[in-house]
Design a protein. Structure first.
Ligand code: UGA
Length: 417
């Protein structure tokens, strides 16, 4: 937003995070983020504060971007943080403002948020609630924000629409579609988009599993499907399932919201189940290969839920590692950026962390590739062979070539490839 020319005050109750940002240290990893923040701070359009009241009072639009993590008991999105922001907004409403919801929230949230604002404000000032879901991918958020496929904005008044049009004018001018809808449609667009992408992934994973039993290579199949512009080639990479802070929780949350409205999302239930099973495929492959995993040394390449991020939330790697450790395997793991997070998350789980992909291979009986980091794609088979004791490669992201791997003397398991 600052890069588009707006004056942006980032407010958070997390003092540590704000202090880090003030020192120009990024709380998440993304290439180019630090430079972008530094530039906009220097040019006076971007600042960080824990003074929530000041941030709200000084702004025309307040973007609510707090997390809506999965409530593990109910499968629904946890809404307490969103409601807390609504309260702060109400208490500090000192003129007409819009509260823009960026967080992924169930349909109908805007109405609840409006009630909270009405109940907490002094009633002297008008306000609007806007739904403006975000479609950024982790690790590619800057590019996705500045060159969006579309911006979806749900509004309930002309006044809110005019303000939002002004905010997104720089993107609209560069030809990006800015779509105005009613508030509920915008809220649904977000869930429907993520659920559809997750469906594409589970679909191709089932086709991959079918290729495994029926013959065929899912990479070729996906290519053949993807040329059809009605299908499209993106999000058709088979693998060990989707993870991250979005798809798993959003699919579950949409299923739960559906239930509240008496709607049974049968397709999404299957999408979720297929994904759960998919994550454990490497374990099944290893069990096929070794009668017992007790004492077997397994090298793990990649821990994050996808490359170019240090985020390990719902990463298939964590589940697989825990299952293998339970079976007595010795895990030696390497990831270019996600090892610190994994150490914290899997504290107490016996894992040896090493500082290079080659080191992980030393004396290993098998290698599992969990994340498709670029540096793993260019691995030399001869070097891998020299370092490993065994010759089993499980390629959870289909980044290697079966023929080449087999010619180099490996027993190769891909995901339908
Ligand atoms: C996803 C959406 O892509 C964003 O549009 C959305 O804004 C975001 O969720 C969100 O709701 O905040 P993200 O979770 O960052 O973004 O990651 P993706 O790049 O979509 O990947 C999700 C998972 O799907 C990863 O585990 C990835 O490995 C897996 N995936 C992706 C596949 O298994 N196959 C594919 O072909 C593509």
């Amino acid at each position: 937003m600052a890069e588009l020319g707006h004056t942006v005050i980032c407010a958070d109750i997390d003092e540590k995070k704000i202090e880090m940002l003030k020192r120009n240290e990024m709380p998440i990893y993304e290439l180019g983020l630090e430079e972008l923040v530094r530039k906009n701070v220097k040019e006076g359009r971007l600042s960080f504060t824990t003074d929530i009241a000041m941030a709200i009072q000084k702004s025309d639009a307040v973007f609510n971007a707090v997390g809506t993590p999965e409530n593990k008991q109910t499968g629904q999105a946890e809404m307490k943080y969103v409601y807390a922001v609504a309260e702060s907004f109400g208490k500090n409403l000192n003129g007409y403002k819009v509260l823009v919801n960026k967080s992924t929230v169930p349909v109908g949230t805007a109405d609840k948020v409006a009630e909270i604002v009405r109940a907490t404000s002094d009633g002297k000032n008008e306000f609007d609630i806007v739904s403006n879901p975000e479609f950024l991918r982790e690790g590619a958020a800057i590019k996705d924000f500045l060159n969006p496929d579309r911006v979806a904005v749900g509004v309930s008044s002309d006044r809110a629409r005019a303000l939002m049009e002004k905010i997104y004018r720089p993107l609209a001018r560069s030809g990006r579609p800015v779509l105005f809808t009613d508030v509920r449609s915008a809220e649904i667009i977000k869930y429907a988009s993520n659920a559809f992408l997750a469906t594409k992934i589970s679909f191709i994973n089932e086709i991959a599993n079918f290729c495994e039993v029926a013959g065929g290579n899912v990479k070729e199949v996906a290519k053949g499907m993807g040329y059809d512009s009605r299908i499209g080639s993106r999000f058709l990479s088979a693998g060990i399932g989707y993870g991250g802070s979005c798809f798993p929780k959003d699919v579950k949350a949409l299923i739960q919201t559906g239930k509240q409205y008496g709607q049974d999302f049968r397709i999404l239930q299957a999408v979720d189940e297929v994904n759960d099973d998919q994550k454990l495929r490497p374990v099944t492959f290893l069990q096929k290969q070794f009668p017992s995993l007790e004492g077997k040394k397994i090298a793990v390449w990649g821990l994050s839920f996808k490359p170019r991020t240090d985020d390990i939330r719902e990463a298939p790697a964590l589940l697989i590692i825990k299952a293998l450790v339970k079976m007595g395997a010795n895990i030696v793991a390497f990831d270019p950026v996600a090892m610190d997070n994994t150490k914290q998350e899997l504290e107490g789980v016996k894992i040896k962390y090493v500082t290079s992909s080659h080191e992980a291979l030393k004396g290993a009986d098998a290698l599992i590739i969990m994340t498709e980091w670029d540096e793993f794609r260019t691995a030399e088979y001869a070097t891998i062979k020299d370092l490993m004791k065994g010759n089993v490669i499980i390629d959870g992201r289909n980044i290697l070539d079966r023929k080449e791997a087999e010619e180099a003397g490996f027993v190769y398991y891909g995901i339908g490839a």
